[in-house]
Design a protein around this ligand. Structure first.
Ligand SMILES: [Ca+2]
Length: 323
């Protein structure tokens, strides 16, 4: 055989190489599947020179590998599917190559997993889901509920969802196993309308006050009031006071976040007006005590329409700020 070296179409060098014909070594590969892994075994007759084995596994990542021996080895396809594995055997010294292919069938069986659920006693639209993983090691759990996927953060715990609408809902749980395979199961659940009014409760209030003199509030002081406390005794003897912020420690029967709002009876008419809501204006304690009303509510209930309204499941606490 003659090998020509070309430059710009012209032969610039030429050499004769001897290519020995190599008998077909009957190259074959076999795959023994266990789970998502394949143990590859190579067979061929004795080769006249050292060989290079170039593998293309045909997996989703199109993995390639070069090996220099015919030993068995494992390759993990990680997910079910049908793949074509290709082995190209190069005998570089003799400028020759052979090829063998095999079809790999990975059919990871679907694990026998499931989920249970129970209805929250205080809200029939709130369901608590418990995955039953049947011993499967999982790296991810996701739920599809009311048209969106939500990841469960605690893989060994429960997952809770409050349905925005009653009715029949299909709930899907998707798990990702340690091989990266995703398995899905679903249940059709009839969610009954929640007729129970959620209830917010104030347990205590943190009142951040500011005190001062000459209509200026500058000294911050935090007061902790329990639900039954009727008076907030002002700090030291400052005549001027402002309510800076009031937050509540509260709870709600449906587990939702408790929000709050407050009124300060600035004009001392023993009524709370709309314009007295959440205000930080100064008042003079030497002119008398000032009434405060705090209302706790859930997002579903919303803030009071009328000032200091503890109805519709909201809760309130009232106290006087005294010097
Ligand atoms: Ca008032």
């Amino acid at each position: 055989m003659r090998v020509d070296m070309l430059s710009k179409g012209q032969v610039v060098a030429s050499e004769e190489r001897v290519v020995s014909p190599v008998a077909n070594p009957n190259l074959a590969i076999q795959c023994q599947v266990t789970g998502s892994s394949c143990e590859f075994n190579i067979s061929h007759e004795q080769l006249p020179a050292s060989a290079r084995y170039f593998w293309t596994f045909g997996d989703v990542n199109n993995t390639k590998d070069t090996r220099y021996n015919a030993n068995s080895f494992n390759f993990d396809y990680r997910q079910h599917g049908q793949y074509e594995a290709v082995l190209e055997l190069f005998i570089d010294e003799l400028n020759t190559q052979f090829k063998a292919t095999t079809v790999v069938n990975i059919s990871t069986s679907t694990p026998d997993f499931n989920f249970d659920y129970r209805v929250d006693a205080s809200n029939s639209q709130r369901l608590i889901f418990t995955p039953d993983l049947a011993g499967v090691e999982v790296t991810d759990i996701r739920w599809n509920i009311e048209q969106r996927w939500v990841r469960q953060s605690d893989l060994s715990g429960t997952w809770t969802h409050t349905f925005s609408e009653p009715g029949v809902h299909t709930v899907y749980m998707a798990i990702t196993d340690s091989h990266g395979s995703i398995h899905t199961t679903s249940k059709s659940i009839n969610v009954k309308a929640n007729t129970q009014q959620p209830k917010a409760t104030v347990n205590q209030a943190q009142v951040m006050m500011k005190y001062g003199s000459y209509s200026m509030c500058y000294h911050s002081q935090l007061h902790q009031l329990a639900k039954g406390d009727s008076e907030l005794n002002s700090y030291w003897n400052f005549p001027i006071a402002c309510v800076s912020e009031i937050t509540v420690d509260g709870s709600s029967s449906d587990g939702s976040t408790v929000l709050s709002e407050y009124w300060v009876d600035l004009n001392r008419d023993n009524q709370f007006q709309t314009n007295e809501k959440n205000i930080t204006s100064t008042f003079n304690l030497s002119e008398g005590a000032v009434n405060v009303c705090v209302v706790a509510y859930t997002e579903a209930q919303g803030p009071s329409v009328v000032p200091c309204d503890p109805t519709q499941g909201r809760d309130s606490m009232q106290f006087k700020i005294v010097q």
